[in-house]
Design a protein. Structure first.
Ligand code: ADP
Ligand code: MG
Length: 562
C-alpha cells in the first residue's frame, strides 16, 4: 500500500491520464487491493477496485458456507452492510452495486476459497482534469479502511446467525414445496402490497391488510429449528383468483411472481415462496417473435401465414402471449402465472355468443381456456390465473380463490355449483391434445454486438439491453427484477458471441448449459474477458435469459419438429 501512497504523491496535480499508473495489486494489512480498471477521465464510468479480505478476519467461518444458498445470503448481507458504511464514510467517492428487496447471487460480494471478494467502483478525484492526489489518498487510506472495518470486521456473530437462519428456513420451505407438489406458499401475516407502483418496499403496517390463509388451504410446516409456520399452500394444478376490481388479485399474483426469489428480512414476503421455475407470461404487442411454433394456440392466420414457425417483427397481443407461453415451456417453465390485466382478452376467452357469430374456421385462436387442462394433464404445467372478468374458467379450475377486501376465501365449491347449474354452452375448441412442440436452434447471426469497430453489449436499464446497433426490449419480462440481472444477460450474450457458442445446440439445451455454468463457476463464467472485475452483475434465471434471447430482433433460428 505504501507504493500506492507514493503513486498518489507523485501524480498529484498532473493530468488525469497519469492515474493509469495506479493500476495494479496492493497488499494492505487486512486485505489485498486490486485496481483493475482506471477511468480515462473524471466523467467516464468510474474506476474499478476489487478487494480480497481473508475470511479469517471476520466472524464468518467456512462452516457457515455449506451451501450456495447460504453463501448467497451471507454475501448479500455483506453488500448491504457495505452500502451503509459507504454512505457513512464516503460522500460520493465509493460505489457498490446496490441490491433491492431480493437476495440474489451478485458479483459485488462473493466467497472464494479463504477470501471474501468485494467489487467496488470509485470516482478518482480531480479538479477539472487535474489529479487530486491528496484526496485520492484520503479515499484509499482513510475512507476505505473505515468502510471495510465497519462492514466486515465489526460484523457480529448474531447477525451472521440471523441471516443464516432466515436462509435455512426459506430453503427448507422450498424443499417442502417440492416434496408436497405445491406451486406456492404464502405465510399468514405476510405483507403483500408494496409502498407504491415504483417501490418494492412493503406498504406500512398501518395501511396493509396482512395475508391470512383460508382454512381449507391452510398448511403448517415445521421448520428445522422446530418453529411452525402456517399459511396458504397452493397446490400444482389450475388455480383461479377471482374477485372484484381493486380487491387485491394482482397484488397476490405479483407476490407469487417474485416468490421465485428469496426476500430479505423485513420485506413482508420472506415466506412467500414459489416454485423456482414458475413464469409470468403476458401479452406484449409489438414484440418480435422468431420461428416459434404457436400452432397449439393459433392456426390458419390470414394469407396462410405459417404458425408452426411463426415469425413477426410486430406481434399482436394474442400472438405475443401465445409465443411467450411456448417459449417459456421451451426454457423449462414448470408453471404459468397469468393476469387478466396484462393478457389479450381474445387469447384468454371466447364465449358462446362469439363462437356463434364467428365460426371456429374464421378464428385462428384457440383460447387458453381450452388448452389449460391439456397443459397440465399432458405436460404437467400448472397455471395460476387472475380472472375477475369471466366465469369460463370455472369448469377447468381445480381451485378457485376469491379475494374480498384483500382477504382470500376458498370458493371452489361455489364455483363448481355455478358451473353445474349454469352450464356454459360454449364448445371446447382445444382438440384432442395440446399439439406439437418444435426444437429451435439459435444460430450465430442472432447476436450482433458490433457497432462500428467496437463491441457493445450493455444494459441501458432494467428493461433495455443495447447489443451493437440493436435495442432489446425486456419490459414485458416481469420477473427480471434487478438491473444487475439485465447487465448479466448482456454479458452472457457478449460471451456467447465471442466464444462462438451458437448454432450447435437447441435453445433448451443452451439454457441448461448456461445454468450449469452459472451453478459451477458463478457469474464469473460470463464476465467479459476484457475485465478482471465482474463488478455489478446479479444472477438471472435461465428463464429470463431465454426470454431475452427470444426478444432479440436479430434472432435467427433453425428449427426441426420433435
Ligand atoms: P385487483 O387486481 O384485484 O384489481 P390490486 O391487486 O391491483 O387489485 O390492488 C388494488 C390496490 O389495493 C393496490 O393499490 C394495492 O396496493 C392495494 N392492496 C392490495 N392488497 C392489499 C393489502 N393486502 N392491504 C392493503 N392494500 C392492498
Ligand atoms: Mg388486477
Amino acid at each position: 500500500m505504501e507504493h500506492l501512497r507514493e503513486h498518489f504523491k507523485r501524480i498529484d496535480r498532473k493530468g488525469y491520464k497519469a492515474y493509469k499508473d495506479v493500476r495494479g495489486r496492493y497488499q494492505a494489512k487486512d486485505y489485498e487491493l486490486m485496481i483493475d480498471f482506471v477511468q480515462g477521465d473524471p466523467f467516464a464510468s468510474p474506476s474499478r477496485v476489487r478487494l480480497h479480505v481473508p475470511l479469517q478476519r471476520t466472524v464468518i467461518s467456512s462452516e457457515d458456507l455449506t451451501s450456495s444458498d447460504r453463501k448467497r445470503h451471507l454475501a448479500d448481507g455483506l453488500v448491504r452492510r457495505l452500502m451503509v458504511a459507504i454512505k457513512k464514510y464516503s460522500r460520493q467517492s465509493w460505489i457498490i452495486d446496490v441490491p433491492g428487496q431480493e437476495v440474489l447471487e451478485r458479483t459485488a460480494a462473493s466467497f472464494r476459497d479463504e477470501d471474501i471478494e468485494i467489487c467496488l467502483s470509485v470516482v478518482l478525484p480531480a479538479r477539472g482534469r487535474t489529479i487530486l492526489g491528496k484526496q485520492a489518498t484520503v479515499y484509499f487510506f482513510e475512507q476505505l479502511p473505515k468502510i471495510i472495518d465497519e462492514a466486515l470486521f465489526q460484523l457480529d456473530r448474531r447477525e451472521v446467525e440471523r441471516v443464516l437462519t432466515l436462509c435455512d428456513k426459506q430453503q427448507a420451505l422450498r424443499q417442502w414445496l417440492k416434496r408436497e407438489d405445491l406451486l406456492a406458499f404464502i405465510a399468514n401475516d405476510a405483507i403483500l402490497p408494496r409502498k407504491s407502483g415504483v417501490s418494492q418496499k412493503p406498504l406500512s403496517l398501518s395501511e396493509a391488510v396482512l395475508f391470512q390463509s383460508p382454512q381449507s388451504f391452510s398448511r403448517t410446516f415445521e421448520l428445522p429449528d422446530g418453529e411452525q409456520i402456517t399459511g396458504m399452500a397452493i397446490p400444482n394444478g389450475i388455480t383461479l383468483f377471482v374477485g372484484g376490481g381493486y380487491h387485491g388479485k394482482s397484488t397476490v399474483l405479483e407476490a407469487i411472481e417474485r416468490g421465485v426469489y428469496d426476500h430479505i428480512e423485513g420485506d413482508g414476503r420472506e415466506f412467500v415462496l414459489t416454485d423456482c421455475d414458475a413464469v409470468k407470461v403476458r401479452a406484449a404487442d409489438g414484440r418480435a417473435v422468431t420461428s416459434v411454433d404457436i400452432s397449439p394456440f393459433i392456426t390458419a392466420l390470414p394469407f396462410q401465414k405459417d404458425t408452426r414457425q411463426f415469425s413477426t417483427a410486430n406481434a399482436s397481443g394474442s400472438t405475443s402471449q401465445a409465443a411467450s407461453i411456448i417459449e417459456a415451456l421451451e426454457s423449462g417453465a414448470s408453471a404459468l402465472l397469468i393476469d387478466e390485466d396484462t393478457s389479450a382478452t381474445n387469447f384468454m376467452i371466447r364465449d358462446e355468443r362469439m363462437q356463434t357469430l364467428v365460426a371456429k374456421e374464421k378464428e385462428p385462436i384457440t383460447p387458453f381456456v381450452d388448452k389449460v387442462t391439456q397443459l397440465y394433464e399432458e405436460k404437467g404445467i400448472s397455471s395460476l390465473i387472475v380472472m375477475g372478468g369471466s366465469g369460463d374458467y370455472f369448469d377447468c379450475a381445480h381451485h378457485v380463490i376469491l379475494l374480498d377486501h384483500y382477504q382470500p376465501y376458498d370458493v371452489t365449491a361455489e364455483a363448481k355449483k355455478v358451473s353445474a347449474t349454469m352450464p356454459s354452452r360454449r364448445r371446447n375448441e382445444g382438440g384432442s391434445s395440446f399439439g406439437t412442440m418444435t426444437q429451435r436452434t439459435p444460430t450465430p447471426p442472432s447476436i450482433q454486438t458490433a457497432k462500428g469497430k467496437k463491441q457493445v453489449a450493455k444494459a441501458r436499464s432494467k428493461t433495455h439491453i443495447q447489443l451493437g446497433v440493436h435495442d432489446v426490449d425486456l419490459s414485458d419480462v416481469e420477473q427480471l427484477v434487478d438491473t444487475s440481472q439485465t447487465r448479466a444477460i448482456a454479458s452472457i450474450f457478449q460471451h456467447l458471441e465471442n466464444e462462438r457458442h451458437l448454432g450447435h445446440i437447441s435453445m433448451a439445451a443452451l439454457a441448461q448449459w448456461i445454468e450449469s455454468c452459472l451453478d459451477q463457476e458463478g457469474l464469473r463464467a460470463f464476465t467479459p474477458f476484457s475485465s478482471a472485475h465482474p463488478g455489478d452483475l446479479a444472477r438471472p434465471r435461465r428463464l429470463e435469459i431465454c426470454a431475452a434471447f427470444n426478444r432479440l430482433r436479430t434472432l435467427h433460428i433453425e428449427s426441426k419438429s420433435v
